[in-house]
Design a binder for this molecule. Structure first.
Ligand code: F6R
Length: 600
C-alpha cells in the first residue's frame, strides 16, 4: 500500500510528481504530499484526501527540478494532514516518504529517540528522525541512511531528500516494491513503472536491502554495507494507453469490457503453432511431480483459486487445497510429501501471500506464481511464473484479472492432464474462445444489468448470492464485488447452507441473486431459491442457456461446464458496478481499500 515517486532532472518536478502520484492512487488514497527542492530549500505540501485535493494546496509558482511524493493508505495513525507524507526530521534537514510498515519502530524510538518529540503518529517519522540523529553524530547522509535501514524490521520503500544536498535522492527498499527509472540527465523513482512512463520506460529493479544514490546522471545501487552492485536496466513493456481510461467513465467498466480481449490474448500466448498448449517444460514437470497442490491467495484471487481447485481436480485428477494466504501460516494443514505451492496474485505483491511463499521456500518446497505482473515480488521469488496477460488493472475492484487467472488455471489443468496421459474431449483453447464470445454478449447487455441493479439494489442494505458447486464460488466473488464498491452488506452462500442459520436474515424484499449454470445442481438451487422466496425474498435468477426457466431475470450464453465461472461473473461485476454508481460511490477507489495490499 502507499505509492512513492521521485524525480531529479531539469524540468519542473511538481507536475511530474503529481501526475505520477495520480497513477499510483490505486495503492492508497487517503492523503498525499510532495516535497520540492529549489534554491531556497525543501518545500513540503501535503493534505488529507486525494491527489486532486493536494493539487489545490500546492503553490503553482513553487518551482524545483528535484522532488519526492507520496500517496497514503493509512496503517499507523489515521488519515490526516499531519500523518500524510513527506515527513521531516526535527532539524528539517531530512524529508522522507515511505511505503511499508516498520515493525520495530516503538523499540527504535525508545532506544534512540527518547528525547525527540514526534509530530505524527506514523512509524515513518522514526526513520527520518533517526537518520537526522546519526547525521548529527557525524555520519554522512549515505552512511546514516544505510545504518538506519540496517536497523529496520519490516517492509519499506523509502525516498529521502537532504536539505544540504539538493542534487541527490536516496532510496532504499525491503519487501515493498521500488524501481529507479533512467533517462538522459533525468532519473526517477517509483513504486510502479506506470507512474513514471511519462518520463521514461527504462527501469532498474531493486532487490531487498539495497539502496540507490540517485543523481541527475547516475543511479548507483549499493548494498547496506556500501558495496556497489551493478544491474542491467530493462524496458518496461507497458503502453501508456493501457493505463488511460479513454472514453470510459471508470476504469472498472473499461476493465470489465476488456475481458473478452484478455481471454483471446491468453489463448494466443498459450498456444503453439500446432494449436496445442504452450507451457514451460519445468512447470509441466513440477505439476506432474506434485502429489498435492496447495493454492494460496487472497480476496478475489482466492476465489479464482477455489475454481482452480475444481478445475485441476476434475481435469488432472490431482488433489488440490485452496487456502486463504493470511491464515495459512497460523493454521497450517498437514502437508503432503511432495507438494507444489501455487500463488495466485494479480499484483504479485500481496504481503499475506508473500509471507507464505517465503516460509514454504524455507521448507524447500516448489513454488509457482500465477500473476498479472511478471516482474513482481511473488513472480521473482517463486521457482516458476505463469503470466495472466490481462494488462494493467487499475480499478481497485478486480475483474479482468480474476477471469484471466481462471483461464490460465484451466490451461494448466489440461496441460497437466495431458502430460499425465489422461484423455479428454475438452480443448481449453477452443472452449476459451467460446467464453470470450459469451463475455462479449454479456458486456453488450449493460442496460439489463443496470436495470437489475436499479430494481434490486437501489435501496436495500443487504443482498445474498446463492449457488452450488462452481456457482457457489462465483457467488463469493459476486458478493465481494458488491460490498467493496457499493458498501451493500452482501454474502455469497452455498444454496444448501442458508437454511442452517442465515435464512433468518431473509425478510420482505431482501434481494437474493441465484446462479444456475450447473446441470447437476440446477433443481436443488432452484429449490433453495423457493425457500427464500417463501420468506419474502426478492429473487433474481441468472441461469445458463440449457438450464433456464421462464421467469429467470437473465440467461447467459452456454459455455463448457468447467468454464462457467468466467462468464457468470460478468453480470455480477456489472450489477455491482451499476449498484455503486446509483449510490454515488467512488467505483474505482472505494473507501478504506487499496489495490496492492503490501501489509500483513
Ligand atoms: C477485490 C480485490 C482483492 C484482491 C486481493 C489480492 O476486488 O481486488 O480482494 O484480490 O487483495 O490481491 P492480489 O491478487 O494482488 O494478490
Amino acid at each position: 500500500m502507499c505509492g512513492i515517486v521521485g524525480y531529479i532532472g531539469t524540468e519542473d518536478a511538481k507536475e511530474i510528481l503529481l501526475r505520477g502520484l495520480e497513477k499510483l492512487e490505486y495503492r492508497g488514497y487517503d492523503s498525499a504530499g510532495i516535497a520540492l527542492v529549489n534554491d531556497e530549500g525543501v518545500h513540503v505540501y501535503k493534505e488529507k484526501g486525494r491527489i486532486a485535493t493536494l493539487r489545490d494546496v500546492v503553490d503553482s509558482s513553487e518551482e524545483g527540478s528535484v522532488g519526492i511524493g507520496h500517496t497514503r493508505w493509512a496503517t499507523h495513525g489515521p488519515p490526516s494532514k499531519v500523518n500524510a507524507h513527506p515527513h521531516r526530521s526535527v532539524t528539517e534537514r531530512y524529508t522522507m516518504v515511505h511505503n511499508g510498515v516498520i515493525e520495530n519502530y516503538e523499540q527504535l524510538r525508545r532506544e534512540y529517540l527518547a528525547n525527540v518529540e514526534m509530530i505524527s503518529d506514523t512509524d515513518t517519522e522514526i526513520v527520518v528522525q533517526l537518520i537526522d540523529r546519526f547525521a548529527k553524530e557525524g555520519s554522512s547522509t549515505e552512511e546514516a541512511f544505510r545504518k538506519v535501514l540496517s536497523l529496520l524490521k519490516g517492509s519499506y520503500a523509502i525516498a529521502l531528500l537532504d536539505n544540504n544536498d539538493a542534487e541527490t535522492i536516496y532510496v532504499g527498499k525491503n519487501k515493498s516494491p521500488l524501481l529507479v527509472g533512467l533517462s538522459d540527465g533525468v532519473n526517477v523513482v517509483a513504486s510502479d513503472a506506470m507512474a513514471m512512463l511519462h518520463v521514461t520506460n527504462e527501469f532498474v529493479e531493486l532487490m531487498d536491502k539495497e539502496i540507490v544514490v540517485v543523481t541527475r546522471d547516475n543511479a548507483t545501487i549499493k548494498s547496506l554495507d556500501g558495496d556497489v552492485i551493478s544491474r542491467d536496466s530493462y524496458i518496461a513493456e507497458l503502453d501508456a494507453s493501457d493505463i488511460e481510461k479513454g472514453t470510459y467513465p471508470h476504469y472498472m467498466l473499461k476493465e470489465i469490457d476488456e475481458q473478452p480481449y484478455v481471454i483471446r490474448n491468453i489463448i494466443s500466448k498459450y498456444k503453439t503453432d500446432d494449436e496445442t498448449i504452450k507451457l514451460e517444460e519445468d512447470i509441466r514437470q513440477a505439476m506432474l511431480d506434485a502429489d498435492r497442490i496447495y493454492i494460496i491467495a487472497a480476496g478475489t484471487s482466492y476465489h479464482a483459486g477455489l475454481v482452480g481447485k475444481q478445475l485441476i481436480e476434475r481435469i488432472a485428477n490431482k488433489p488440490v487445497e485452496t487456502h486463504i494466504a493470511s491464515e495459512f501460516l497460523y493454521n497450517m494443514p498437514l502437508l503432503s510429501e511432495n507438494p507444489l505451492f501455487i500463488f495466485i496474485s494479480q499484483s504479485g505483491e500481496t504481503a499475506d501471500s508473500r509471507g507464505v511463499l517465503v516460509a514454504v521456500k524455507e521448507l524447500g518446497y516448489k513454488t509457482l506464481t500465477i500473476t498479472n505482473v511478471p516482474g513482481s515480488t511473488l513472480s521473482r521469488e517463486a521457482d516458476h511464473t505463469l503470466h495472466t496477460y490481462a494488462g494493467p488493472e487499475i480499478a481497485v475492484a478486480s475483474t479482468k484479472a480474476y477471469t484471466a487467472q481462471m483461464a490460465v488455471l484451466a490451461i494448466l489443468a489440461v496441460d497437466t492432464a495431458k502430460a499425465a496421459g489422461i484423455t479428454m474431449n475438452f480443448d481449453p483453447l477452443q472452449e476459451l474462445a467460446i467464453v470470450a464470445n459469451a463475455m462479449e454478449t454479456l458486456t453488450d447487455k449493460k442496460d439489463v444489468m443496470e436495470q437489475i441493479a436499479r430494481d434490486y439494489l437501489s435501496v436495500s442494505r443487504n443482498c445474498f448470492f446463492i449457488g452450488r458447486a462452481a456457482d457457489y464460488y462465483v457467488c463469493l466473488e459476486g458478493a465481494l464485488k458488491l460490498k467493496e464498491i457499493s458498501y451493500i452488506q452482501a454474502e455469497g452462500f452455498a444454496g444448501g447452507e442458508l437454511k442452517h442459520g442465515t435464512i433468518a436474515l431473509i425478510e420482505d424484499g431482501t434481494p437474493v441473486i441465484g446462479i444456475a449454470t450447473q446441470e447437476h445442481v440446477n433443481l436443488s438451487i432452484r429449490g433453495n431459491m423457493k425457500e427464500v422466496v417463501a420468506r419474502g425474498a426478492s429473487p433474481c435468477m441468472i441461469s445458463m442457456e440449457g438450464q433456464e426457466e421462464e421467469d429467470d431475470q437473465l440467461v447467459i450464453p452456454h459455455v463448457h461446464e468447467y468454464l462457467t465461472p468466467l462468464v457468470s461473473v460478468i453480470p455480477l461485476q456489472l450489477i455491482s458496478y451499476y449498484a455503486a454508481l446509483h449510490r454515488d460511490c467512488d467505483v474505482d477507489k472505494p473507501r478504506n481499500l487499496a489495490k496492492s495490499v503490501t501489509v500483513e
